[in-house]
Design a protein around this ligand. Structure first.
Ligand code: UDP
Ligand code: MG
Length: 314
């Protein structure tokens, strides 16, 4: 068998109305690319006839691989499974609802051939999505970047091409709360973008419920920033400092004013001071928890693009 050059991964959850059209469009694009390819579908616990349709497609087309989950594990896990089973030298992750137009794939491939190792799709326009979804997405990316101190590309979803080396690096990240966009950014490599217009869904409705979206946002923020944990320490120090200023001011005023200010001010300063100390203690715990979190995530310390020379080098 010839070497597989491209893998296209599509997670699908209850996509019976659109899956055949999706297959047709991807097949047209990939046939035109002129290299051996495979199309990996991950059926993420669909409750409709998606799996039957996929198996029918698979029986006709041997380039199709179907991974059938025992239940719904979620989009991010489905994509992870796809990446783990993909065999291509370049791997494209795309939604099965035709919101990411397959016709953009050749542009991604072109940039990959020029040496880019990650080509992500940046949505310049989103058709057919609610104002609420667009606004929450807009805010989410900005908050995430402020908190994480990383530059996770704004308005880029999971539609992207990954070089084989990037896929191998992704496999070494075993965390359970998965936020793939952040993880792809974390592993590094030469990244580039192509801009595209996000189409409306071909059929059906979004499978990303509010709950799933919140969970994803949580995984993004918690997995990629320890800042919320540590914020209590500077806040506590500031409160302690204020309490000290208050106390000094009251001591001075007690000396110069007659009658002196009421003792209640000292009680207030003491309460403020204790509050500051408690906040500091929480912040210090936060720092240790951040460390524990890093250790538990157990990400590799570094990722090599290659090794040149030496025993196994070329
Ligand atoms: N999806 C999935 N598992 C889920 C939710 C979604 O595999 O639990 C798939 C879905 O079939 C689609 C892709 O992930 O191919 C993106 O989901 P969706 O279109 O519902 O999200 P949106 O585009 O609205 O953010
Ligand atoms: Mg969609």
């Amino acid at each position: 068998m010839k070497e597989i050059v491209y893998s296209v991964i599509a997670p699908a959850c209850n996509e019976e109305e659109g899956i055949e059209e999706f297959y047709r469009r991807v097949k047209d694009v990939m046939d035109a690319a002129g290299e051996e390819y495979e199309l990996v579908f991950v059926n993420d616990g669909s409750r409709d006839s998606t799996i039957d349709k996929l198996l029918k497609i698979q029986s006709r087309d041997r380039r199709v691989v179907v991974l059938d989950f025992s239940r719904n594990f979620g989009h991010q896990i489905a994509v992870t499974a796809g990446i783990e089973h993909a065999r291509g030298r370049a791997v494209v992750v795309i939604d099965a609802d035709l919101q990411d137009p397959p016709e953009v794939i050749p542009q991604m491939i072109e940039m990959w051939k020029q040496g880019c190792e990650v080509v992500y799709g940046k949505r310049v326009k989103r058709k057919g999505e609610s104002a609420f979804k667009r606004m929450t997405a807009f805010l989410f990316y900005r908050v995430l970047n402020v908190l994480s101190g990383q530059k996770i590309p704004k308005d880029a979803g999971d539609f992207r091409l990954l070089d084989r080396k990037v896929c191998e690096a992704m496999k070494t990240l075993r965390e359970h709360g998965r936020f793939l966009r952040g993880m792809v950014n974390w592993v590094g490599f030469r990244q580039a973008k192509v801009e595209y217009v996000r189409d409306p869904r071909f059929a059906g409705e979004t499978k990303y419920t509010m709950k799933k979206m919140m969970r994803l946002a949580g995984d993004g923020i918690v997995g990629f920033s320890a800042r919320p944990l540590k914020i209590a320490l500077p806040a506590g120090l500031a409160v302690c400092f204020l309490a000290l200023l208050y106390l000094i001011a009251m001591i001075i005023l007690t000396c110069v004013l007659t009658p002196p200010p009421t003792y209640l001010h000292f009680v207030l300063a003491a309460i403020l001071g204790v509050l500051g100390l408690v906040l500091c203690a929480l912040g210090i715990m936060g720092i240790y928890m951040g460390r524990i979190f890093d250790e538990v995530q157990n990400r590799p310390l570094y990722i090599l693009r290659g090794k040149y020379g030496g025993e196994n080098g070329g």
